[in-house]
Design a protein around this ligand. Structure first.
Ligand SMILES: Nc1ncnc2c1ncn2[C@@H]1O[C@H](COP(=O)(O)OP(=O)(O)O)[C@@H](O)[C@H]1O
Ligand SMILES: Nc1ncnc2c1ncn2[C@H]1C[C@H](O)[C@@H](COP(=O)(O)O)O1
Length: 217
């Protein structure tokens, strides 16, 4: 247990829409806590650029790839006994991305069914304890679009703004119904990743939420 009341085997997940600041906050919190990070790899993803080029053709491949990557990360966190800050949850892959593409017809019904049954089989394994706290990052759509712009990933810049707007709306509804673990909602205007006190304040709130609840790993 550290000064924030966060057990050393805890798993904290940072969730939120593309560009909101998950990776940046994940790194800052892990540094402050002395935890490891579990990060999404964009650079080595063999499907992501193809997917942005042609959603219909590559949706299923990409979702299976992300599922496999998340599963490997999940297994690693489990085997190392926790102590991780994780960039994005598996709940978002299924509850936001896969569902959005299935609903808008860029993933076929049969592919979505296959994906969902694989996901359900995976979460039934012992490697899938829920995170101790999920930090949900939120902010205004213009601020988030600005961040996507400034980060400058070509494939995202070439994607229609409507895609990010739809995703933004889906995230807002999704988090309102999310019950898998305790949620700390954090507005992106209310913290500074370069300020230790600001990070300590977030961690104290996380510690308060974990409180005496048993850590699952
Ligand atoms: N607290 C912050 N203040 C200002 N800019 C930020 C902040 N957090 C992230 N950014 C910038 O916003 C962009 C997206 O951040 P990133 O952490 O990659 O988002 P995500 O992982 O959610 O896609 C990056 O250019 C990053 O430098
Ligand atoms: N499950 C996913 N399906 C489609 N696209 C996804 C999924 N998970 C992440 N992505 C995309 C979105 C971004 O372009 C990159 C990285 O996400 P970020 O929110 O910037 O960490 O991958």
């Amino acid at each position: 247990m550290n000064t924030y009341g966060i057990p050393k085997q805890a798993v904290i997940t940072v969730a939120g829409t593309v560009g909101v600041g998950k990776s940046t906050l994940t790194a800052a919190l892990a540094r402050q806590l002395g935890f490891r990070t579990s990060l999404e790899s964009v650079d080595h993803n063999p499907y992501l650029e193809k997917f942005y080029d042609d959603f219909e053709r590559w949706s299923f491949h990409l979702q299976i790839y992300f599922l496999a990557e998340r599963f490997k990360e999940q297994k690693k966190m489990f085997e190392l006994g926790g102590g991780f800050v994780q960039d994005r949850s598996i709940y978002e892959d299924t509850g936001i991305f896969a569902k959005m593409h299935a609903d808008q017809g860029t993933m076929s019904a049969v592919d979505y069914e296959t994906y969902t049954s694989l996901y359900e089989a995976m979460v039934m394994t012992p490697y899938f304890p829920h995170p101790d706290v999920l930090i949900y990052l939120e902010g205004s759509l213009p601020s988030i679009l600005r961040r996507i712009q400034e980060r400058g990933r070509e494939m995202e810049l070439q994607t229609d703004t409507g895609y990010w707007e739809t995703m933004y709306g889906r995230y807002s509804r999704w988090i309102g119904e999310f019950t898998a673990c305790p949620v700390l909602r954090l507005n992106i205007d209310d913290y500074d990743v370069n300020d230790e006190r600001s990070m300590a304040d977030i961690l104290a709130r996380v510690g308060g939420m974990i409180g005496s609840r048993p850590v699952r790993i």
